[in-house]
Design a protein around this ligand. Sequence first.
Ligand code: NAD
Ligand code: DAU
Length: 337
Amino acid sequence: MDSKRILVTGGCGFIGSNFIHHMRASFPHRIVNLDKLTYAGNLENLKGIDDQPGYSFVRGDIAETSDLESIFDKGVDLVINFAAESHVDRSIIDPDAFVKTNIYGTYRLLEQARKSGIEKFLQVSTDEVYGSLGTTGKFREDTAMAPNSPYSASKASADMLVMAYHKTFGLPVCITRCSNNYGPYQFPEKLIPLLITNAMEGRDLPIYGDGMNVRDWIHVKDHCAAIAIVAEKGKAGEIYNIGAENERTNMEIVELILEIMGKPRELIKYVKDRPGHDRRYAIDNTKIRDQLGFEITVPFKTGMEETIRWYVENRPWWERIKTGEYLQYYHRWYGQR
Ligand code: NAD
Ligand code: DAU
């Protein structure tokens, strides 16, 4: 494949940084990483990449035109927009940044891409835009959006803007909607790294409600590979669901983590449910599999063992995070539950 100049936004977060590692290992493309370095952005995630030729980092905001202009002026072939406020619970505490970054920021990025001209704009979206499933059925690309949290509503709004820029202005866009990711570098506010790191510290493992909510867990490596495939082969104006056909209740997740780590069940603590908590997500990934040849490569148990090992071996990485702002958030959210 020819070398392209790719603008990756939010490349210091969990999935963005894994994606940059994936791309640097597999393709000759030049990457510009634009990241605001919010609480979730961490330059440590890109150690070893940061001084490589063909990679550059810009600290900036997708909602700021001047930050975008200085990058687009040098030419951009492909935009992959990971930048977002991504945690549902924080969107319940304060939706403001979710509206600013996820909706207005995506709009500014679309405007800049439209003015400058690009080969493709890939919006990294989420299955949460579809809302919640009952005990049967799966999300398909033509399932109507029905978001339930300020986070998912902001992502659904962004998806609508992205599609409107395709229909109205002919911008070549693709949208990916993936299920729950797990793997290295995930911020320890999300279920799996929160449970692993709390278990290592001997703290309670908070489980919302009855613990029977279902998510379709995919290893971040497989999500990144799917995004690379859509970037290369995805058809303009199309949405691609990404999932691993790996539905698990939250109780199954916590029990697996305790089993792998050899920790006692007594650590589990049922806490007050998340308001508006979606009951079940499940992805029908027929389209990306049949049309673009995507395959899942990481078996869940192996992926979880590797992920737990990563958090055990990288204790300083998450211990530095679980201080200051993180502790304030943790006490505010979990203190009363
Ligand atoms: P994350 O919270 O770990 O990282 C987000 C990154 O975006 C951080 O580096 C942050 O500094 C940066 N950022 C935030 N606001 C910004 C702004 N205004 N300008 C520039 N950078 C900004 O998130 P993640 O889990 O890596 O998710 C990445 C994307 O994937 C998001 O769009 C999310 O909606 C989507 N997604 C996540 C999952 C999941 O399971 N985590 C699943 C499907 C889709
Ligand atoms: O489905 C894709 C989405 O997955 C992404 O778009 C989001 O960015 C990502 O955060 C994730 O959203 P969820 O809300 O599903 O993930 P989270 O890890 O916050 O929670 C997973 C499940 O675990 C959910 O049912 C809530 C529950 N949970 C979560 C936390 C943090 C608990 O029971 N206890 C907890 O402490």
